[in-house]
Design a binder for this molecule. Structure first.
Ligand code: RP5
Length: 166
């Protein structure tokens, strides 16, 4: 059973949503990906959101842009955590998406990551699942350690070659 459902409002969101999928894949978390528009195909959207619990999803990652209602509407229906990714937009720089996703009314939370924050959405989903999965928790600790090592290596290189040659 897929543990995470990834859903996006349009295929134009794919470059960002792919980052969430890549993290889940790297950590060995099962997931499904869908392109479903809450506005353009409301009946399909409701079928998806109403069936998500039965499919086995423990977390939904939903990305959308502009008047971005997809994450909030998922959270209105799905009883477990929903993580929203606001897409960058050309007209308003993604503030439209961000405000649409983050400003949820009391009672219906959406855990909102940064504009275009696909990687963090994947990591946050993993961290939620890791609260009841010791192996996954260890993988996340290893992931953090490798990030630290990468920064240490960059600092060592800076020291070695100097800033002019970095
Ligand atoms: C939203 O409208 C989608 O999530 C996308 O970010 C935005 C634009 O969609 P397209 O016109 O590119 O299909 O529903």
């Amino acid at each position: 059973m897929p543990q995470v459902g990834i859903v996006m409002g349009s295929d134009s969101d794919m470059p960002i949503m792919k980052k969430a999928a890549d993290v889940l894949k790297e950590l060995g978390i099962s997931f499904e990906m869908h392109i479903i528009s809450a506005h353009r195909e409301p009946d399909e959207f409701f079928a998806f959101a109403k069936g998500a619990e039965e499919k086995g999803y423990k977390v939904i990652i939903a990305g959308a842009g502009m008047a971005a209602h997809l994450p909030g509407m998922c959270a209105a229906i799905f009883p477990m955590p929903v993580i929203g990714i606001p897409m960058h937009t050309t007209s308003l720089g993604g503030r439209d998406s961000l405000y649409s996703i983050v400003q949820m009314p009391s009672g219906i939370p959406v855990a909102t990551v940064a504009i275009n924050g696909g990687q963090n959405a994947g990591l946050l989903a993993a961290k939620i699942l890791a609260t009841s999965d010791a192996d996954l928790l260890q993988k996340l600790k290893d992931y953090s350690a490798s990030m630290k090592d990468a920064v240490v290596a960059k600092d060592a290189r800076l020291k070695e070659v100097g800033y002019e040659n970095y």
